[in-house]
Design a protein around this ligand. Structure first.
Ligand code: DAH
Length: 367
């Protein structure tokens, strides 16, 4: 009897085919692994690269579609495992695509995303600092009568800040100005205590006639309070020529007061002392707040102190290389904070350097 072998096509797979199938599965697995690595490394930075990504992995001829197409040829026993791998692969590609799409849409700047009919955002307009406003105004006032602007360094040597200005080494007047000293190499330098140092530099470097003002920041070792600060601003004035007199000084300052505080402004000069001027005076302006009637700002005197001045001491002229027998001149120095305080009625020096926008915003009129 011949035993007939039952033909069972389903369970029978020739060796060669098995080999082919397992080679295909291995290749699929390798390709899935490689594609996952590629997805992770793919650099999506704009809409164009997002679209490239979509075409490569999720498009109708993309990797996901192709690999799923091959799943048909995978034997049933393997389908589960390979299918699982493919599902993960597809989920990863879709996830990356969706998250980058979201991100790019939120930051998209291409014209299609801009709604041109949308009202513009409000732009906060800044304001010039009150000290800058007043400094510019002072400069303008003196420019109109022929004064140029000159500036000098904030870190000064002893000569320019003191010695040339007739402060001998142990002179007590040096104590009037609490100085910050700093070491620069072996040399002791100072943060300038006044802009008078600039007049020395100007006189050393130019010939009369000299008409200049020097605005700038100065430093003093003072405790910070409403009335004192460790830095503030001054404007120095200097006029040197033949036959300059005290009357010229007085008239120049009266002109300044009227330009700055109004036609009705008056000035008065009180004798004073500065090492670099002789004679020296302090100048008061009639109180702008109460029109000289008396108020708590002028302490019921009707006058407010605004600056120091005097005729340049001949010692200073000679120290700076100007012949004191031929030339004379006057100098004055005023605090910008002080003038600003009177003009804008600011009563606390600290406000100038706190950068509180609620304070600074009030000066927009000067833009
Ligand atoms: N340097 C003086 C100070 O800081 C101000 C001053 C007074 C300047 C009299 C001058 C002047 O030029 O003549 O207190």
């Amino acid at each position: 009897m011949v035993l007939k072998q039952k033909k069972n096509t389903k369970s029978y797979t020739p060796i060669k085919k098995i080999k082919l199938l397992s080679a295909r599965i291995t290749r699929m697995k390798v390709l899935i692994d490689k594609s996952i690595a590629e997805i992770e490394a793919f650099n999506i930075e704009d809409l164009k690269s997002l679209e490239d990504f979509r075409i490569l992995f999720l498009g109708s001829k993309g990797r996901v579609k192709n690999l799923f197409g091959e799943l048909k040829g995978v034997p049933n026993e393997e389908k589960r495992e390979v299918g699982q791998l493919l599902n993960n692969f597809r989920a990863l590609a879709e996830e990356k695509f969706a998250s980058f799409k979201d991100q790019l849409e939120n930051t998209a700047t291409d014209s299609a995303k801009i709604d041109a009919s949308r009202p513009g955002d409000d732009q906060e307009i800044g304001a010039r600092h009150p000290l800058s406003l007043v400094r510019s105004e002072i400069i303008d006032i003196f420019n109109r009568i022929g004064y140029a602007v000159s500036e000098g360094p904030e870190i000064e040597d002893d000569w320019h800040n003191f010695s040339a200005l007739n402060f001998p080494p142990e002179h007590p007047a040096r104590d009037m100005q609490d100085t910050f000293f700093i070491e620069k190499g072996d040399v002791e330098m100072a943060l300038r205590t006044h802009t008078s140092s600039v007049q020395v530099r100007v006189m050393e470097n130019s010939k009369p006639p000299i008409r200049t003002i020097s605005p700038g920041r100065v430093y003093r070792n003072e405790a910070i309070s409403a009335r004192a600060h460790c830095f503030f601003h001054q404007v120095e004035g200097l006029y040197i020529d033949k036959n300059v007199s005290f009357a010229d000084l007085k008239q120049t300052l009266l002109y300044f007061a009227k330009e700055m505080f109004g036609e009705k402004a008056q000035i008065r000069l009180r004798p004073s002392y500065f090492p670099f001027t002789e004679p020296s005076a302090e100048v008061d302006v009639s109180c702008t707040i109460c029109n000289s009637k008396g108020c708590n700002v002028c302490k019921y005197s009707g006058w407010l102190e605004i600056l120091g001045c005097g005729m340049v001491d001949p010692n200073v002229l000679d120290a700076c290389g100007i012949d004191s027998k031929e030339y004379s001149g006057f100098a004055f120095g005023m605090g910008i904070e002080r003038i600003t305080q009177l003009k804008y009625k600011v009563n606390d020096l600290r406000l100038y350097s706190e950068n509180d926008v609620r304070f600074l915003k009030q000066f927009t009129a000067g833009i």
